[in-house]
Design a protein around this ligand. Sequence first.
Ligand SMILES: [Mg+2]
Length: 226
Amino acid sequence: MPEKVAYVLDFDGTITTKDISKELAIHYNEDQFWIIHNAYKKGELGMRDWLEQSAALLPSNYDQLITTALNYATVRPGLTDFLDYAASQSRPVVIASDGFGFYIEPILESAGMLDKITGIYRNDLALDDHCLPFVRYLHGHNNCKICGNCKANHVNDFVNSGFQVVFVGDGTNDIYGASVANYIAARDRLADLCSIRELNYHSWEDYFDLIKISNLLFSQGFQGAS
Ligand SMILES: [Mg+2]
């Protein structure tokens, strides 16, 4: 009987080539964004601080923000092939994003792929004429406040349901989801962190790589960690 396999994918820099949250903040207030981002990189700010302070740089206008987000959005090559491949294997594909989140469905819909995604777990951006934009955490951990959206929770939900989980990501806070997954596909900062923590991972750049990695992992049955 075939094993149950699920994919948990980051969005910014993983589904898209660019980090759309970062691009939006740069677009509307580049000088202030880099002050925030450099403080985050130095460890002086956490992920939630980054989100909240960067969100406050944006205009409170949903249509304007969506137009700008779509202008920066290019999906990584091979995504539609990968989603069709996963569907052909009856493998769920969910997105777990810790960015501003509101642009995920419009970007996927624009690319014609929204209906191929099994589930989307993301933050939301609250827009109100009377205050600066702020982030709503819809899937935060009950106790741990490091991330806005607990990617480890989403991986664990699948693991606890008997799935073998492949976590796919690129960023620093992806390490929390990756570290509890059965398999990791990593690029950029996630790959660096996996190396530092001596976690096995598969390097990837596009979704054709992910199909190849999946065939390598699952065509011969499960042989333990990669
Ligand atoms: Mg990312």
